[in-house]
Design a binder for this molecule. Structure first.
Ligand code: ATP
Ligand code: MG
Length: 243
């Protein structure tokens, strides 16, 4: 029987917000404007996923799909140091793939599934940073929206299947609509995650990230049926995401 596990984000408060951490056999999405820490969180999870955790979790390998060319091995070194892990060993447990367009991003999931099958039970986390960036480039006209959503739906259902079949946590980052508005209240309204209903339904857990003062960031549960809709703050450090 497959045992669901939860990965630590590096922040106890954020873990609590998530109901214990980033869960396996499901899709967790974080979204927010630039510099809110989506990529830093992805890097932190690359390391924490390799460490033993709660309920007998033993740690495992990570698959990182990078669509924006923002994966930084240098960052993994300082995060490894924070957790007293060997830098080289941490790097060797991360399989990296760069996606060049949305079609390629989708095709990569075949290789991912093959790899997860080949090394059965070894991979624990699949990251896609970011899920929508290439789709927004490849389907940029309003006339292409239906087609985009159709392809996106196929990809999300593939991700869901992979998470369940191989008992891995799927962690995706997402962008927000960028209408500029000076009114604080309206900002809340307009800064929605992209991807529409398809992504809303596919992601089990959605977390909105916002900027706070200095290196402080704010995380808030978004539209969840079973998580409390509270918000917490976390910080971005040289050692990754922390309280
Ligand atoms: P985008 O939408 O552009 O992809 P993002 O949400 O992925 O943005 P990140 O790249 O995760 O944003 O976060 C960038 C932030 O992390 C910046 O504010 C930067 O100052 C901070 N940061 C990056 N590296 C470090 C570090 N070593 N120590 C402290 N803070 C850092
Ligand atoms: Mg990023």
């Amino acid at each position: 029987r497959k045992m669901v596990f939860k990965l630590s984000t590096g922040s106890d408060k954020l873990d609590k917000l998530l109901g214990g951490g980033v869960e396996s056999m499901s899709i967790t999405e974080v979204f927010g404007e630039f510099r809110t820490g989506k990529t830093q969180l992805s890097h932190t999870l690359c390391v924490t996923a390799q460490m033993p955790g709660k309920n007998g979790y033993i740690g495992g390998k990570v698959m990182f799909i990078d669509t924006e060319h923002t994966f930084r091995p240098e960052r993994l070194k300082t995060i490894s140091d924070r957790f007293n892990l060997d830098q080289t060993a941490v790097m060797e447990n991360i399989l990296y793939a760069r996606a060049y367009n949305s079609e390629h991003q989708f095709e990569l999931l075949n290789s991912v599934a093959a790899k997860f099958h080949e090394e059965a039970g070894i991979f624990k986390l699949l990251i896609v940073d970011s899920i929508m960036a290439l789709f927004r480039v490849d389907f940029n006209g309003i006339g292409e929206l239906a087609d985009r959503q159709n392809k996106l739906g196929q990809m999300m259902s593939r991700l869901q299947k992979i998470s369940e079949e191989f008992n891995v946590a799927v962690f995706i980052t997402n962008q927000i609509t960028s209408e500029f508005n000076n009114n604080q209240n309206l900002l809340e309204e307009t800064h929605k995650p992209v991807g529409g209903n398809i992504l809303a339904h596919a992601s089990t857990t959605r977390i909105a990230l916002k900027k706070g003062k200095g290196n402080k960031r704010i995380a808030k549960v978004y539209d969840s049926p079973d998580l409390e809709e509270c918000e917490i703050t976390y910080i971005i450090t040289n050692g990754g995401i922390a309280d």
